[in-house]
Write a protein that binds this ligand. Structure first.
Ligand code: ADP
Ligand code: ZN
Length: 583
């Protein structure tokens, strides 16, 4: 039986193929290249597109030559039809009549054949049939359940990232109770930008925000919007926002948002237009919804530097949060979290593991434990032991992109540690009111080797003494380098500090009128810039402050050494750590 059906079917197939082949060979053609076609679309010259199914070409009719059908190579991309429709081109689908007839015959005979086969040779046991049916409906309902309510993710599932977590707390409250904020006239950020290296948990954080606020989560990647065709990206943005707006409160997540800001010049004719249209659509949508509606747009990027300025302006992604690589303590927390469901043997020491995984991202740590679990299972072992982890270590490192891990030498680490310890110590000694939220030697995405995050006490004015102390704190990184490594060994790591210090000194002398010698007269109001006397004064003052700072560190050298040693060990310290060291 089976054989007969197969033979009949193949006869029809072969006949169909021959007929449609003859049809295409016979046709006379006007050719048009694909780029010419794209250009014609841009100039609104195209009226119709006729798409034969499964062909390598399609036909185009131009508005000014309605009697000629041009044959154009078919790009066969996913959104081609959407592209045509967006440009107001009427789209027709055509198979030729003979091949259509052939198709109907084919379909009828296939259906007939299947029906026939299932009646004759198919399973005739009603019990098994019913069981199968049940199985199918079970699978179906399982799928539905999965897509409808993916498990809610909470902030508890994000380990480490303490600063970032505290920075999103009020945003979550706002999504929950927008009215509470509106009633006191508070305008919450519409957009939140998470930036940091890949795998640090930006997506996870976005999901957790939606989960904590208990609102739907709509996600897309910036690269989904970057299309060959003008208008497709913009229309996708609109439909994404429309979907979100229907559920009133929502979190919209756009990963790789830099793709919308920057586009590769693959398609020369349309790249700029496309980029601008998509970006504009995003900005328009973001300003479109009501301020206190409870919709939050979260963007994520690995590369803050390439991001379009327009995205960062107020009312857009105006709250920016760095999600950095985890330090030792955070790595321990991430490892513990992911080890919860994994039976570890007694010889596994998570503290030790956290220590030896410098510059691992959260995703790499998760991956490490997973690979170790696979190793254990491969050996039919019930617990994960040290060897499994060691083996996994190399898999993860070899599989990971060759990141910055290699270029950070012990010497660089030590220089960074002294430099940051210098800033931290100067802050503690000179500005005891400041809250040091974090000192770290984990490199930041902004290019710094390490950084100090200190929050000044909230006051309206800065006193002369505070201003001078601020300048000294900025100079303290370089001062520590010189004090420890010698004058010939100072590094370029201080360039940013020096710039900031200089502009503060200029303001001190020329804007705030605080230098007794230069007096109240402000040279800055003159358009030409600073005169020689003023420049010399600034330089003199900077050098004097620098000397004072270096002496200060010298007098407190033992504290500097202690902070540095702790930094080298733990990679980052908080206010409490510093206070304890200096107590
Ligand atoms: P990103 O969006 O920054 O590239 P993801 O959010 O996609 O990173 O992280 C990938 C996975 O790595 C997460 O699903 C999670 O399993 C793990 N992970 C990353 N960071 C953390 C973290 N801070 N705490 C717990 N797990 C993390
Ligand atoms: Zn510095």
């Amino acid at each position: 039986m089976k054989k007969v059906v197969v033979i009949i079917l193949s006869c029809f197939l072969i006949l169909g193929a021959i007929l449609s082949g003859v049809y295409f060979i016979q046709k006379p053609e006007h050719q048009m290249s694909y780029p010419t076609f794209l250009e014609a679309v841009q100039q609104h010259k195209v009226s119709d597109a006729i798409l034969p199914e499964n062909s390598n070409t399609f036909e185009v009719i131009l508005k000014d030559q309605p009697n000629i059908k041009y044959t154009v190579p078919n790009p066969k991309t996913e959104d081609f039809i959407e592209y045509l429709l967006i440009h107001d081109i009427s789209v027709k689908y055509r198979g030729d009549d003979t091949s259509k007839a052939m198709q109907s015959i084919l379909i009828v005979s296939i259906i007939g054949g299947i029906f026939w086969y299932s009646r004759k040779g198919g399973n005739s046991n009603p019990l098994i049939k019913n069981a199968n049916k049940k199985k199918i409906s079970l699978i179906k309902s399982k799928r539905q359940a999965l897509s409808q309510e993916a498990p809610r993710i909470t902030l508890a599932q994000v380990a480490g990232n303490v600063e970032a977590k505290s920075m999103v707390e009020d945003i979550i409250q706002f999504i929950k109770e927008p009215d509470k904020y509106a009633s006191v006239g508070a305008r919450m950020p519409r957009g939140l930008l998470l930036y940091g290296p890949p795998g640090t948990g930006k997506t996870l954080m976005a999901k957790a925000i939606a989960g904590e606020a208990n609102v739907p989560f709509y996600a897309m990647s910036g690269s989904d919007f970057v299309q060959m065709y003008v208008g497709v990206g913009a229309s996708r943005i609109r439909s994404l926002f429309n979907k979100a707006k229907k559920s009133e409160k929502a979190v919209i997540f756009i990963d790789e948002i830099d793709a919308i800001g920057k586009m590769r010049a693959r398609n020369v004719s349309a790249s700029n237009d496309e980029r601008d249209q998509t970006l504009n659509a995003l900005l328009t949508e973001m300003s479109g919804f009501h301020e206190n509606q409870g919709i939050l747009v979260i963007g994520a990027t690995n590369r803050l530097d390439t991001l379009d300025e327009a995205l960062l302006r107020p009312g857009r992604f105006d709250r920016q949060i760095e999600i950095g690589l985890p330090d030792m303590n955070s790595r321990k927390m991430i490892l513990s979290l992911h080890a919860k469901k994994k039976p570890l043997s007694d010889d596994v020491d998570l503290d030790e593991l956290a220590k030896s995984t410098v510059y691992f991202s959260g995703a790499m740590l998760e991956n490490l434990l997973n690979e170790a679990a696979i190793n254990a299972a491969n050996e039919s072992n019930l617990v994960i032991n040290k060897n499994h982890i060691e083996k996994a270590f190399y898999t993860v490192i070899a599989g990971a992109p060759k990141t910055d891990r290699s270029y950070i030498t012990e010497r660089d680490r030590s220089i960074t540690a002294y430099h940051e310890a210098g800033h931290a110590l100067a802050t503690t000694l000179l500005l005891p009111d400041h809250f040091i939220s974090k000192v770290t030697i984990i490199p930041s995405v902004r290019g710094a080797g390490g950084f100090n995050l200190s929050i000044p006490k909230d006051t309206m004015y800065q006193s002369k003494r505070q201003l001078l102390s601020n300048i000294q704190v900025l100079l303290a990184g370089r001062a520590a380098e010189e004090l420890i490594f010698g004058e010939g060994e100072i590094t370029t790591g201080a360039s940013n500090d020096i710039q900031k210090a200089s502009s503060l000194v200029i303001d001190y002398v020329n804007k705030f009128g605080m230098d007794p010698e230069m007096g109240l007269f402000s040279i800055k109001v003159l358009e030409e810039g600073l005169d020689k006397i003023s420049i010399n004064k600034c330089r003199e003052l900077t050098n004097q402050l620098y000397d004072e700072t270096r002496n200060l560190l010298k007098e407190n050298r033992s504290l500097l050494e202690k902070i540095t040693a702790q930094l080298l060990e733990k990679e980052s310290l908080n206010s409490e750590d510093i206070r304890q060291i200096c107590a």
